[in-house]
Design a protein around this ligand. Structure first.
Ligand SMILES: [Zn+2]
Length: 229
């Protein structure tokens, strides 16, 4: 789990700082990884813990397993400016697990990310933290609001945005993402949760999030069909 958290934070740091940034200013790059571990790391760990807790509640055995290939793939895509968050997942071992239980276990992860969105927005309201990274200067004119502007990194606003993105990514109804199991259990639950997440995304990140999600949905869907049938 620790390796997975470091890997996902490293991949995200590469996406924002680019590989050139890493080699040009390694010291700043590793300082930048600290708030990323706090924001995306907590989002990842608590997401997996939520799956695990609900699985145990339903009498299953749950274990986190790191995906070495997923980590390698994630680090490679990050070099091209894209984060495909796949460093590992919770595996559930249960003799009898109903479709409903499986749906609820799957929903727990992205639901926890939504809770974290509000937690980070709360922190932003009471104790905002702004840091400056020259590595982020290239993101001066971002069309989406994820707490990065002209080198200024707003930690809690970024935490809210990244957890929203984690929730949204996982709603995609393609195997092995959580969305596929929620969708299989009850389409109305999937649709309501996805709609709520998109609305919150629209409010805190901006309208382009909806188009981006649809494009990502198509890419992941095609990828999932090719890889898993
Ligand atoms: Zn999940």
């Amino acid at each position: 789990m620790v390796i997975s958290v470091i890997a996902i934070s490293l991949a995200l740091a590469i996406v924002f700082a680019t590989p050139e940034g890493l080699f040009a200013n390694p010291r700043e790059f590793f300082v930048f990884m600290v708030p990323l571990i706090v924001t995306i790391g907590s989002g990842f760990v608590l997401h997996e813990m939520a799956h695990k807790l609900i699985a145990i509640y339903y009498g299953g055995k749950a274990r986190f397993r790191m995906w070495t290939q997923g980590i390698v793939f994630m680090l490679i895509t990050s070099l091209f400016g894209f984060l495909f968050a796949a460093p590992g997942a919770v595996y559930i071992n249960a003799k009898r697990i109903t479709e409903r239980e499986n749906g609820l276990i799957s929903l727990a992860g992205p639901a926890l990310n939504l809770i974290l969105v509000f937690f980070f927005l709360g922190l932003e309201a009471v104790a905002p933290i702004e840091q400056y990274y020259s590595l982020l200067l290239k993101w001066g004119a971002l069309s989406i609001d994820i707490g990065i502007q002209n080198g200024v990194f707003n930690v809690w606003q970024f935490g809210a945005a990244i957890n929203l993105l984690l929730a949204l990514f996982n709603t995609i109804p393609a195997f092995p993402l959580d969305g596929s199991k929620i969708f299989r259990w009850r389409k109305s639950v999937w649709l309501s949760f996805t709609a709520v997440t998109l609305i919150i995304g629209y409010a805190i990140i901006g309208p382009t999030i909806i188009l981006n999600w649809i494009i990502l949905l198509l890419i992941v869907f095609i990828f999932s069909k090719l890889a898993f049938g």
